[in-house]
Design a binder for this molecule. Structure first.
Ligand code: CMP
Length: 139
């Protein structure tokens, strides 16, 4: 499975703006197959756990508040070179720095409300995917 899957969330700002469909279309057009998908909502405890790696960062509190502010879509995506190709597709964390045509350039509102999350390594793709989905081994 290494190298073939990544994990994404469509974040509360993009869900609120009715951009789920447009973002999934970009993901499919870029050659990713959706292996698992869930429309759900994090509470502050689960958002804090998901982003625990950032807990010393100054933006952590606001990030947890934002990520638990509304529904999200969590998904596991498959493609060769999935992690790197997906990060290319979504663009830089800060939408002001994201390349034109990337998902964040098109749909993000700010560095915090940046429309989507994408795993930064194969290892984290597994950890983050397992946070939302069980029986990942069948993928
Ligand atoms: P994400 O890729 O999901 O990983 C961490 C998140 O923290 C990031 O997207 C943003 O939503 C949020 N964030 C808020 N402020 C910053 C910042 N200054 N630098 C990086 N990430 C930030």
């Amino acid at each position: 499975m290494a190298g073939k899957v990544t994990f994404t969330m469509i974040k509360p700002d993009a869900v609120e703006s009715n951009n789920i469909g447009a973002i999934l279309q970009k993901i499919n057009e870029a050659g990713f197959r959706i292996l698992a998908m869930k429309y759900t909502k994090l509470n502050s405890e689960s958002a804090g756990q998901f982003y625990a790696v950032h807990k010393e960062r100054p933006f952590y509190g606001d990030l947890v508040k934002y990520m638990s502010s509304g529904p999200i879509v969590a998904a596991i995506l498959e493609k060769d070179n999935a992690v790197a190709d997906f990060r290319d597709l979504i663009g830089a964390t800060d939408p002001a720095k994201a390349a034109p045509g990337t998902i964040r350039a098109l749909f993000a509102k700010s560095i915090e409300a940046n429309a989507v999350h994408g795993s930064d390594s194969d290892e984290n793709a597994l950890i983050e995917g397992s946070f939302f989905f069980s029986q990942l081994e069948r993928f």
